[in-house]
Design a protein around this ligand. Structure first.
Ligand code: DQA
Length: 155
């Protein structure tokens, strides 16, 4: 685990279009606005914030998080509901995983009720719009502190 807490915040497909994409569901904030929220919520911890439209790239970043991150906040977007390969990658992590969604998929179409992320997530935060990310980063930090002790020691 890194000495300073490093929270990876990884975003899946179409989240680059936040602000213009179905604003009635996802709101008017852009992904850049959400990154700022995450950095502000991080309380000095390092935030690595990325988005990709490509499943393989998302999996590469999950694998990278194995060595480089203290915790992972993941909004896998559409891949949440489809990607066994993503689940397999997540299973290799030993750090806390916080599944995060802007909307509440459980309250939407049936095909969004299945999540391949939830079985390996430490917890799930969804339905609060951009605040979901703020809560997810805070939850991730809390989990890291619990694991390492208040002074950031490794145990
Ligand atoms: C989403 C919910 C998913 O069902 C959807 O495919 C997304 C965004 C959310 O943040 O609410 O792209 O992950």
């Amino acid at each position: 685990m890194p000495q300073t807490s490093v929270i990876y915040v990884l975003n899946g497909p179409n989240l680059n279009l936040l602000g213009v994409r179905e604003p009635d569901i996802y709101g008017h904030e852009t992904l850049a606005d959400i990154e700022t929220l995450c950095v502000d919520a991080a309380d000095g911890a390092e935030i690595v914030f990325r988005q990709t439209n490509h499943e393989g790239e998302l999996i590469d970043w999950v694998q990278e998080a194995r060595d480089k991150a203290s915790a992972l906040v993941l909004n896998a977007a559409g891949y949440t509901h489809t990607s066994v390969a993503l689940l397999d990658a997540l299973k290799t992590l030993t750090i806390p995983i916080v599944e995060c969604h802007l909307s509440n998929p459980a309250a939407r179409e049936r095909f969004r009720h299945r999540s391949y992320v939830s079985p390996v997530a430490t917890g799930i935060i969804s339905g609060f719009g951009p605040i979901s990310y703020e809560l997810a980063v805070k939850a991730a930090l809390g989990l890291v502190q619990k694991r390492t002790g208040a002074q950031g020691r490794s145990v």
